[in-house]
Write a protein that binds this ligand. Structure first.
Ligand SMILES: Cc1ncc(COP(=O)(O)O)c(C=O)c1O
Length: 472
């Protein structure tokens, strides 16, 4: 049946397979709220289930799908589960998933205008929605990439090309100790030495301290080094803190440095009035990372980078070899291969564009605001129970807190947070994660899934409380 040299199925089989895949996705989504958040498996178990030589003969798609369902997709942590509050959730939506299916089926080459002008135009339009939300000028442009890590890397590469050219041995990047590790990795990948990245201690609110940045820059300049770039965060992963982007932009301008804002998690909030108020100065950045696979509810991978002067992105990446000259048409007809690392690239914009077309931007905005309300609800629930300490109040959908029984040593309290996290994970109802703030382990809820209900927040806190008070 499927042992075809052309790797083809009949039209009827394609439909049947497609309908079954859709049924699997729909059933999964319907069952998710009642399912455990995580189902783990050891390497040994997975080896036993899946290790085999590549089958020489096809097995028929029905049995392959049975196996995918039972063995491949069963053991997983559901990032889009309404009670997945760990790390940064990935609350994708069905329209986005179907857009991905369409993209795979049609397989447009989104690296060149001539190959798929519809894809390029949708990408331009979708990016302009995000650009406006961030308050960036019309000169800004960018592209969709795999995620925040790639957006940060691409931004630093463009900044380096523009400001430093080929010799970047004396350049320094400034950021806080709360910055996502992808920035450190990007600097490493780009060839900056570890001593060229200053991870400055954050202030009391876990923000990058501009006075400190200024002092470091002055010191570096006096020592013959080049203050090159500040990476601010609009919504840190640990607490949702927002660095003072306006002041940092001024400092960067004064030093001829680039301000990159990592808004991978938080910048999407700029689509809402409340979020914009929480992100002052975002529009002054030279570049902004924003992940649609986080707070814009897209399936992985859907990150985006916006650069204030889009031509700088093009300058940094454009190369036109002889074999691509046919598709090098005009500046208007954008070839996204010129704007980033990838030549062959998928059509990532479609999922966000279709989501907004189907539900409307107002619904997306409401979904973002709901995430903020949920973190506030969690904070209220925790404050109402003795023994719980709020470490950072709800901000951009994140609240951090600690179970702090009286007369317990700090080290023991740290251990308690890990015990509680593990016990909740074992319970299976909800999942949260820990982080470290001022050297202490804290619990953290990130509540950006629009399908989470307030009752689920209340029940999660009730279970946390029961676990905390139970036998330790
Ligand atoms: C602030 C921030 N930046 C960057 C990243 C990395 O993004 P990605 O995992 O999409 O590469 C994350 C991920 O959580 C993040 O929270």
């Amino acid at each position: 049946m499927s042992g075809d040299r052309k790797l083809e199925l009949s039209a009827d089989e394609m439909r049947a397979l497609g309908y079954r895949v859709v049924d699997m996705i729909v059933e999964h989504a319907a069952a998710l709220p009642d399912a455990r958040v995580a189902q783990s498996a050891s390497r040994a178990e997975m080896e036993a289930r899946l290790r085999e030589p590549a089958p020489a003969e096809g097995r028929g798609w029905n049995s392959v799908l049975d196996r995918v369902s039972a063995e491949v997709l069963r053991p997983m942590t559901h990032n889009s589960h309404p009670r997945f509050f760990a790390y940064v959730p990935g609350p994708g939506n069905f329209v986005g998933a179907m857009a991905d299916a369409l993209v795979s089926g049609f397989n447009p080459f989104a690296g060149a205008w001539a190959m798929s002008p519809g894809a390029a135009q949708v990408e331009l339009v979708t990016l302009s929605w995000l650009r406006e939300a961030c308050g960036l000028p019309a000169t800004a442009g960018g592209l969709f990439v795999s995620g925040g890590s790639m957006a940060n890397l691409t931004a630093l590469a463009a900044a380096r090309h523009h400001l430093l050219g080929e010799d970047f041995s004396r350049a320094v990047i400034y950021t806080s100790d709360q910055t996502h590790s992808s920035v450190q990795r990007a600097a490493r990948v780009l060839g900056f030495r570890a001593d060229q990245l200053r991870l400055l201690p954050a202030d009391d609110g876990f923000r990058l301290d501009p006075a400190r940045v200024q002092a470091e820059m002055d010191r570096d300049k006096a020592a013959g080094r080049i203050p090159f770039c500040v990476v601010a965060t609009a919504g840190t992963t640990s607490t949702g803190a927002v660095d003072p982007m306006g002041v940092l932009a001024e400092i960067c301008r004064a030093h001829g440095a680039w301000l990159h804002v990592d808004g991978a998690y938080g910048a999407a909030a700029a689509l809402t009035a409340e979020g914009r108020a929480a992100l002052p100065g975002l529009g002054e950045a030279d570049s902004v990372s924003l992940d649609a696979h986080k707070w814009l509810f897209q399936p992985f991978e859907c990150g985006c980078l916006l650069v204030r002067d889009a031509t700088l992105l093009r300058d940094a990446f454009r190369l036109v070899p002889a074999y691509l000259r046919d598709t090098d048409l005009s500046e208007e007809e954008v070839n996204f291969r010129d704007w980033g690392v990838q030549l062959t690239r998928g059509f990532r914009a479609l999922k966000l564009w279709m989501t907004v077309q189907v539900f409307g931007m107002d619904a997306v905005r409401d979904a973002i605001v709901w995430g903020m309300r949920l973190a506030e609800a969690a904070e209220r629930e925790l404050r109402a129970r003795p023994g719980w300490e709020i470490v950072t109040p709800a901000h951009l959908g994140i609240v951090t807190f600690r179970w702090r029984p009286a007369e317990m040593e700090d080290a023991e309290v740290d251990e308690e947070q890990r015990r509680i996290t593990a016990a909740l994970a074992a319970d299976g109802y909800a999942l949260l994660s820990t982080t470290e703030l001022r050297g202490r382990t804290v619990l953290r809820l990130c509540t950006i899934n629009p399908r989470t209900g307030e009752a689920e927040i209340a029940e999660t806190v009730r279970r946390l409380d029961a676990i905390a008070r139970g036998p330790g």
